[in-house]
Design a protein around this ligand. Sequence first.
Ligand code: GAL
Length: 443
Amino acid sequence: MSSEISRNTLFGAIILTAIIVGGIVGGAFYYFGNDNNPENANVVSIYHWWTSGGEKAAIDALVSVFSDQYPDIAVQQTTVSGGAGYNFLSVIKTLVLAGEAPDAFQLHAGYEGQPYYDADVLEAIDYIWTDQLKAAIPDVIEDMMKFGDHYYLVPVNIHRSNVLWYNLDMLTSAGVDPATDLGTMADFLTALEAVKTDCSCQPLSMGETWTAAHLFEQIMASRGIQVYQDWINGEITDATNADLVGALNTFVDLMDYINTDSATLSWDDATGELISGNAAFNIMGDWANGEFSLAGKVYDTDYGTVPVPGTDGMYGLVMDSFQHPKDVAHPQNSDKWLEVVASKAGQDAFNPLKGSIPARNDADLTKYGDYQQGAIQDFKNAVYLFPSVVHGSGAPEAFKVELSNIISQFVTDKNVQSAAQAIVAAVTDNLDYYVKTWNLMST
Ligand code: GAL
């Protein structure tokens, strides 16, 4: 754990320098008309990692809602690119723990906020959680916004993690019917073989490090909710566990169909392979929908989705949130930002472009496209909800970071036994951080 912190600190310091330099140039715009002290300027400073085309369009739409309501407050956005926040989170943690927090920053719901809560650097924001807001947010989401007895986060969305995206033309050409041929991992492997023969390509597109861990997490989920629950509760501690070994073996089977340059592709590059027709399938969260939309692709005509094989009836939860760090430069503006993030207007501007569904239950459904209309129904009808590990909610952060590194190595060496041992060790080494017991069967 301590070596993780020192690695993060070093990396954070390097990036921090870049941010400060960039901020001096990029942020100067926002300080006109006030005295020369940025802390007195009427701004709200927010940090996030939304830099892909779809992500940027979504956060800009949310910022527009804020600017319409508060035209006198300039929104200063600072970004650290890199999907799922793997670059961002080490930078922001360094800043926040050093007492240099921005007015609000992107954070996944659940476990990811625990280190900040433990370090006592977040304000309790029970006053933001009015009765109206509580009534609009499903209990399962509301619970992940709290630490101890208080609220510390507000959600902006609900992303789905267990989505298999496909290029419809390529499936049709190979004789694969997504409605009937993708129900199980065994079916999926058969379909991959058919498409591979037809397209003479590597049909399953995958990207860098964390996207491989995302795929592994989904394979774990495909083994059933009980297995997934045991895993995120830190209860799979035997490296010969049949489900852990079975999941790794399935990953090896899938690798026969995965592009060999995965390490060089970002998540949106990997999704882009479907858009350009270089690959037929991609397992990715539904932020991918923003990229298809931006490319002008039509749902159920050019591309489509099914749940990751083996996870029908399950809904993998990835939720982005913001919070109010202690001692920020603009505390009132921080609260105003949180109110807009949690608002119907804010969520109905952000989510249609983001690919996520709103965290609120009173959204204006006419604003959402065909993919999201289906996702909203699937969320309502889900038999089981399961929080993502790779996206910060389901298991301690220390485990999540180790998992990404382990799976990255596994993609290179395909060594099932050593990966199983490393995953189990990452659980047992971090058992002290498992402070929550999930009961996913009750959802
Ligand atoms: C997730 C995040 C999403 C999306 C994605 C790719 O972790 O919750 O909002 O941006 O990463 O960056």
